[in-house]
Design a protein around this ligand. Sequence first.
Ligand code: EPZ
Length: 422
Amino acid sequence: MEKMIIEGGDSLRGEVRISGAKNAALPIMAAALLTPEECVIRNVPQLQDVRFMTKILQALGAEAELAGDAVRIRAVRIGDTCDYDLVRKMRGSVCVLGPLSARLGRARVALPGGCVIGARPIDLHLKGMEALGAQVAVRGGYVHTRADRLAGREIFLSGRAGPTVLGTANVMMAATLAEGVTVIQGAACEPEVADLAKFLAAMGAKIEGAGSPTIVVTGVPGLHGAEHELIPDRIEAATFAVAAAATGGEVALRGARPDHMSAVLDKLREIGVETRREGERFLVRPAGPLRPAHITTHPYPGFPTDVQAQMTALLTQADGISIVTERIFESRFMHISELARMGAKVYVEGPHAIIHGPNKLSGAEVMASDLRASAALVIAGLMAEGRTEVRRIYHLDRGYERIDEKLTALGARVKRAEDQGP
Ligand code: EPZ
């Protein structure tokens, strides 16, 4: 196991290239199961989760190989089962359910179970598959679907916490091969859903409205191979923007899509961070003392839950009381107790994190618990006085490509080290 050792106090300066979007890569790689022809996906981030998705496709019988930032997939003959040992390690693998059900007429996918940030049910995925005419049964810890041919229907797919991103992906993918027209109401509007639709259209699917709450899919008899270049990762870009603000430096985000980050940039500007576009680069730097803010996470285009932890770390330095409300997941405040151990004055009250600032943080040994909480602890370490050791950084490697190298190139003193601890 590895840890990251961070000497705090340096301002980040320079340019960082934003990698392809992890949360576009996973469903798009799964979509390649819909055709026996070769698909090539480019600008793929070299991440643990992407390598794992490649393994899942291979376990299903597809040819899949990662070469640099491209992945080639050819699903000629595939099985219908994605077993527990795979799914339990990466929840995102649930997005093979739609493609397998549509391509084979049946699927057997292990229930993903919860994770530290919440129960992560998939009831809406199953509601969508049933609406398309599949018989859906849950037994032995697996979801079993069966349907000779799926049939298009009008489906409302939002739940108690709003739309489901991977649920929308699963139903949209399955609908591409269903008989007739499917209308998904209450669809997730994330850019990753729109990017998936773009790839599916390149494969010959007929989809309108992706990126809006209403997606219309007209089924076709079959899909062909395609090539695709992933959109940049808006969450990685937001993480580096927050890190620039946190360290008082100026960072150019190369390849970022500011139009995918409006809610984050709006909040950063509100607390006193300057942003400006310079051609292909988007610059971020603080312009004076940070002001407190009230932030509530919402489905896209609202403030993304995947940037909540990073922003909470930053707001420990704002001059006043900030309130961060998490409305998407039940327990996405695992970073709070670790920030408190570094001297932050922050506490949780139900879905709210109350942050009193500014408070100088001091370096400490802290424990990463999930992907975005780890990013928050790294940002805190960059701000803190002295040395911070973030342990269990395998969480970080799931979603950030070579983050230590990228931070070092921006002037941070970070390095990986073996962690003998539990
Ligand atoms: C995707 O997860 C992302 N992961 C998550 O990013 C992201 O936090 C999340 O969307 C919300 O934006 C990938 O794309 C691989 P949801 P997903 O279904 O699709 C509830 C990261 O850090 N819900 O949109 O699994 C659910 O419990 C990861 O990169 C149901 O109730 O999330 C949650 O409260 C973390 N029933 C809310 O909806 C369902 O059937 C949103 O979940 C499905 C979801």
